[in-house]
Design a protein around this ligand. Sequence first.
Ligand code: OOG
Ligand code: NI
Length: 275
Amino acid sequence: MNREQLRPALEAMWQDFLSLSPQTRRIHDLLETDNPRILNDHIALRTFDLPRVNIDRISQPFVEAGYSACGEYHFPVKMLFARHYEHPDEDLPKLFISEFRVDELIDEADDEVRNIIHQLVSQISDSDLERDDFSYSGRHWKIDYGTYQQLQRVSEYAAWVAAFGFRPNHFTVLLNALQSHGSIDDLNDFLLQHGFRLNAAGGLVKGGPDEYLEQSSTLADPVEVIFSDRVAILPGGYYEFARRYPQPDGRLYQGFFAASADRIFESTDNRQPGF
Ligand code: OOG
Ligand code: NI
């Protein structure tokens, strides 16, 4: 992907994301009444760490278009690893790309889950893999509901990727750039009053000035997923809100904070009330 193709690609990702998180359109419209310019801090993508689809592969078109790898984050309990990417054009959102570490499934009982993930990824055709839009092209395999459930018992994250494939799971409002609802507590109250459900894992607000990053997020919207044997309603995408604080050198922190990210992943857990 070249630099000229980047903005249309980000726009296509936004449109795809709205179908995964219809609440985002409603929240965006509500915020837009007082805030003519809503900036997107980052977009998040998920994958498996198998060579055909790992972070390096998913990030490749964006790297070709000028993004470079910055911070790295480890989530040992969830068996996840993530890297964030920044673009020299500071108007462009950062990317937060994570992967499920299949080889960290070490129990014999997990053999089957490892095999399932290998089997899903092997269904992707070489020609699809070469597409410029592969990183946000959705699911490339057939899967039945029982297999989804089998993954879910081991990893909510792996089950989400198996159900939805490669597509953004959230976009993020940069609170620093808002004229109203700039305080995260204010914004959370406003969203709760309007009936939106927020991710309360570890408290509504994750991080703060000491971490140079303060975040909250909605719970993912219910979305219909077509399995080979039935249709199910599963948590799809969510909207995130982030305030960045200046570091001692005066520059706004641009990285992420693993302990907060760990809980934000749970915005798509399929054991929320209502599912
Ligand atoms: C990513 C969760 C972490 C952040 O801003 O810390 C995150 C995900 O749900 O894929 O986005
Ligand atoms: Ni995020």
